[in-house]
Structures are given as C-alpha cells and as structure tokens.
Design a protein around this ligand. Structure first.
Ligand SMILES: Cc1ncc(COP(=O)(O)O)c(C=O)c1O
Length: 352
C-alpha cells in the first residue's frame, strides 16, 4: 500500500523519549519549554503555547478574543474543527466561498464583513498554502476584526517571506499524526499580541475560571522538537514531489495553483477531476491510498448561515488527494502517476 499518511521517526526521537522516561519529568518540563521557544523563533512570533490539539487551540484562541454571541467568518472548505471551535466558543459562524487556491475568497469576504460585522475571521491555510493574507489583513485594518489563522495544515508555509502563523493576530496549529510536523496528537497557539497572550494563559493555567486540562506531555514536546528540525527539509521534499506530479501528470487533472508570493508546503497534494470517484476506486485497486479532503462543506454539516458558495460546491465534488509525504520515493510517485493516467484512460468521459 502506498500510504497517504506516514510519519517517521529516527534515533533522535527515540533517544529523547528514553531520556524523558529515565528523567521521570514526563510533563511540564524542559522539552515543552524548548519546543515552545524553538517554534516561536521559527515562526517569528513572540509566544507559542503548546496544547493538546488543534481544535483546542482554535477554541482557546476564540475564547481569548471573546466571541460569545458574535459573528465569526470561516471558509466553506476545511476540516470540521474550524467551525466546531466557533460553536464551542459561543460564536455564530458565517461561511464564505473559497478561491481557486481552495482558501477563503477575499472578495466575497469583503461583502460578508460589510453585512455581518464579524469579531473574528478565520482564514484556513488549506492543503499547505496560505490564504490571501494581504487582502484579509487589509480588510481587518479597515473593519476592525481579529484574524485567527487556522494553520493546522501549513507548518512552514510562507506568505511574502513570513511564516504562516505569524501573519494574523493569533494562530492555531495542530500536530496530529498526519501533519507536516507530527507529534501524534497536539496543538499550539502562536501570537505576538501580548494582551491576547495573557488571555490565552488564563485558559491554560487553572484558577482563573473553570477550565480543562489542555497540556501536552514531555514525550509529545520532545518528538515535536526533533520533528521541527526536519521540517524545512521535509517540506522541500514535499515541494519536489509536487513538481514531479505537475510535470508528469496531464490527462485532464487540475493541479494545485501556487499563489504568487506564497510558498506552498503541500500538506496534501489535491487534484481535481470530474471522474473523481472512479479514479479513487482505481487507485485503491492498485494499492494507492487516495482520499477526499473534505466530502462536506462547513455550512452543510452544522447548518450554518452562508453566502453563495459556487466554487466550493463544485470543488467538493471533484477534489481528491494523493500521497505527497516526504518519505515517498520517486519510483512510488511515478507509479501513482502511471495509475492515475491509466485510470482516466479507462474512465468514461462525460459526453457534454
Ligand atoms: C484545518 C484544520 N483545522 C483544525 C484541525 C484540528 O486539529 P486537531 O485534529 O489537532 O484537533 C485540523 C486537523 O485535522 C485541520 O486540518
């Protein structure tokens, strides 16, 4: 099976985990502090707070801003945690369409902002590429809303030389097993806004108000620390694989577009084709793990209010992702291309 998710660990992770076991300091120790400091330095932000998941990071970021009874704008295409965190934090979500890059449509966002006066906008850097942060931050300055970046899929991605997660007021990361920086489970909030950082801390430390325990263990932080060192090289390999797909795969597939000024880190390599379901069946038959991220739109699954979503509605029927993790060999990539090409040759074409 050519797998779509394949986290790999080396001697370094094993040694760190062993050291933690032998030290007896299995939570709230040096690895958590080290990871927070290193990740903050890597992103170019003042502070990073590690948390137990990306969903919790989104939830606490929203609580820190304060969204009870307030509108929060999210894009139609994302993992459901993006909208669930809004409901859990007491906000009222409004869903907008995506652009050709599968990220929030900044033109439609302007209409939505004028109509709904949101407290927060959550651009999702879907599949590993940043949303149109220049337009979104410009709107934020004009209309006075907070920008919370959902950076769960974009560790190391850049917009005009700055790292995703340092572009808005606050950002949320996930370190789930499939992510470009995996810990197994885990999340983080990053921010350079000192007032928001103080509010975030109130949700992490007990005593301020009823709260959950949202900490990670030293094991997760230690693994994250080692994985962070490999992130740039892994992202480079992901970009190499993406360009191999782009160069060798034709046959009516729509490849991802790279936004000018953005550095895409290909968390997922997402293609579009009208015969998507048939192609996925043929991939499976040849032992290749292809998947649909995501078969739903956020407004549908939770019955949220939305603007018209013509692009997302079309993309949702056509998108599918193929393996792009950094441990794929060139031979495996060529095999995936061969199977995709033969799948469309076999696929009946729509007559009109
Ligand atoms: C875009 C997006 N947002 C939020 C999350 C939630 O992260 P977690 O699974 O760590 O709670 C994910 C993770 O899958 C995600 O892909």
């Amino acid at each position: 099976m050519v797998r779509i998710i394949e986290p790999r660990f080396s001697e370094e992770e094993k040694e760190i985990v062993l050291e933690i076991l032998e030290s007896g300091q299995i939570t709230r120790g040096k690895w958590t502090s080290l990871f927070q400091e290193e990740f903050a330095r890597y992103l170019g932000v003042e502070q990073v707070f590690t948390l137990c998941s990306g969903t919790v990071a989104l939830f606490i970021a929203l609580k820190a801003i304060g969204v009870e009874g307030k509108r929060v704008i999210v894009p139609a295409m994302s993992f459901m945690a993006t909208i669930d965190a809004v409901y859990l934090a007491g906000g009222i979500p409004v869903v907008v369409d995506v652009d050709q890059y599968y990220t929030m449509d900044a033109n439609q966002l302007e209409d939505a902002v004028k109509k709904y006066r949101p407290k927060v906008v959550i651009p999702v850097h879907l599949y590993g590429q940043t949303a149109d942060m220049e337009a979104i931050m410009w709107l934020s300055e004009r209309h006075g809303f907070y920008v919370l970046e959902d950076t769960a899929q974009a560790h190391g991605a850049e917009w005009k030389g700055k790292k995703a997660g340092s572009l808005g007021h606050i950002s949320a990361f996930s370190f789930y097993a499939s992510k470009n920086l995996p810990m197994g489970e885990g999340g983080a909030i990053a921010t350079s806004d000192r007032r928001l950082a103080q509010e975030v801390k109130k949700w992490i430390d007990f005593g301020n108000h009823p709260a959950f325990n949202v900490r990670i263990t030293e094991f997760q932080a230690g693994i994250g620390y080692a994985q962070l060192k490999k992130l740039e090289a892994n992202n480079l390999r992901r970009r190499e694989i993406a360009s191999r797909y782009m160069q060798s795969l034709n046959g009516g597939f729509v490849h991802p577009y790279e936004r000018e000024g953005a550095c895409h880190v290909y968390h997922l390599y997402t293609l579009r084709h009208p015969q998507r379901d048939l192609i996925l069946e043929r991939l499976k038959a040849r032992g290749i793990d292809g998947r649909v991220y995501y078969p739903y739109l956020l407004n549908e699954i939770r019955g949220a209010e939305s603007l018209p979503l013509p692009k997302a509605e079309r993309f949702r029927r056509e998108v599918f992702s193929v393996p792009v993790h950094p441990y794929l060999t060139d031979k495996e990539v060529d095999f995936i291309v061969e199977v995709l090409l033969s799948a469309v040759e076999l696929a009946p074409h729509p007559l009109c």
